[in-house]
Ligand binder design. Structure first.
Ligand code: GDP
Length: 362
């Protein structure tokens, strides 16, 4: 599965967000929910298309796809030098696929701010500095190793050395590697360095209930995110934790009253999904209607492997109906009659929403 780490300074609302996320997981009936570690939760991907498919197929069960969120507490200034839970914290981030960086954009005199004032830019810089310094350390080590090979004339080592040397001054300034301009070759190469500041990142601006508009703190974060090519979601974590406590009916009422069409959490989960370049395809049988996660651009055999590796090895063909067609023609039979049922081969690039049945050899 894919993991998204929640980071941010103390007291910005990380735990509140994490608890809301995991509670939303428990409440959704029939959703497989499990807590792996105390600080990790598997959250179902909200996807209205699943219910739509289920109303046509009427399966025994409906299984959503999931995202894993990890609450990474304990980052303080100096973490990269081992302050606080520094090293453990950084090791935890290294294991994630993406980073959700929670930033405090709400004023509340009852909630202490570690730097005594609400200053999102400063907060972000503090966190990014620690991540950049951790990367700097890693880049220096890799540079030592690669310099030896570069002397021997190894072409790859020479390219790696050049890029690592380009990264040094950038990271030294506390800037994330993702804000460095790179050509295509360098973009490919930098992935092999396994840096923290190249992980896809989204900022989660934690605003007050009335803080979605005319909020200069939020605008500051928006501008910064845009300059880094990072995404941003504005959310009121406190409100979300209250929404997560409600049962389904109450939830609907509450959202309507607030003029929201979905919980803000759903946007966080979806943004995490997009950030990772993920998409969903479906299987729709009478036993089970189910969503599966793949990477955008995955071929049919790759998509089959998510269900079972044997499906990939023995792949023959994929029977495919686009989601819209499946719904419009009320299922497989109708889609077939309308000529919307396709047999695709091993080079087929699966599209978001495809309803797929794999044919394979065992
Ligand atoms: P963490 O240290 O980043 O995990 O922060 P917590 O989630 O524990 O939140 C710290 C404090 O801020 C708690 O007392 C929360 O109730 C409060 N808090 C979190 N989100 C909000 C919010 O959106 N508005 C307000 N007013 N308080 C919040």
């Amino acid at each position: 599965g894919f993991k998204c780490g929640i980071v941010g300074l103390p007291n910005v609302g990380k735990s509140t967000l994490f608890n809301a996320l995991t509670k939303a997981g428990i409440e959704a009936q029939n959703f497989p929910f499990c807590t792996i570690e105390p600080n990790a939760g598997v959250v179902p991907m909200p996807d209205a298309r699943l219910n739509e498919l289920a109303s046509i197929v009427k399966p025994e069960r409906v299984v959503p796809t999931t995202m894993e969120f990890v609450d990474i507490a304990g980052l303080v200034a100096g973490a990269s030098r081992g302050e606080g839970l520094g090293n453990k914290f950084l090791a935890n981030i290294r294991e994630t696929d993406a980073i959700a960086h929670v930033v405090r954009c709400f004023e509340d005199d009852n909630v202490i701010h570690v730097a005594n004032q609400i200053d999102p830019l400063n907060d972000i810089e503090t966190i990014n500095l620690e991540l950049a310094l951790a990367d700097l350390d890693s880049v220096e080590k890799q540079l030592q190793r690669v310099t030896r090979n570069a002397k021997g004339g190894d072409k790859e080592a020479v390219a790696a050395k050049a890029l690592l040397e380009k990264l040094l001054p950038h990271l030294s300034e506390g800037l994330p590697a993702r804000s460095l301009e790179l050509n295509e070759d360098e973009q490919r190469l930098i992935k092999t360095f396994h840096l923290l500041t190249t992980k896809p990142t989204m900022y989660i601006a934690n605003v007050a209930e009335d803080g979605f508009e005319n909020n200069p703190h939020l605008e500051t974060v928006r501008t910064l995110a845009a300059s880094e090519g990072a995404s941003i979601v504005a959310i009121c974590n406190k409100l979300e934790s209250e929404i997560a406590e409600l049962d389904d009916e109450e939830k609907l009422e509450f959202l309507q009253e607030m003029g929201m069409d979905e919980p803000g959490l759903d946007r966080v989960i979806r943004s995490g999904y997009e950030l990772l370049g993920l998409q969903t395809y479906f299987t729709a049988g009478v036993k089970e209607v189910r969503a599966w996660t793949i990477k955008v651009g995955d071929t049919a055999p790759k998509a089959a492997a998510v269900i079972h590796t044997d499906f990939e090895k023995g792949f023959i063909r994929a029977e495919v109906i686009a989601y819209q067609d499946f719904v419009q023609f009320k299922g497989e039979q109708g889609a077939k009659e309308a000529g919307k049922w396709r047999l695709e081969g091993k080079d087929y690039i699966v599209k978001d929403g495809d309803v797929v049945h794999f044919r394979f050899n065992v």
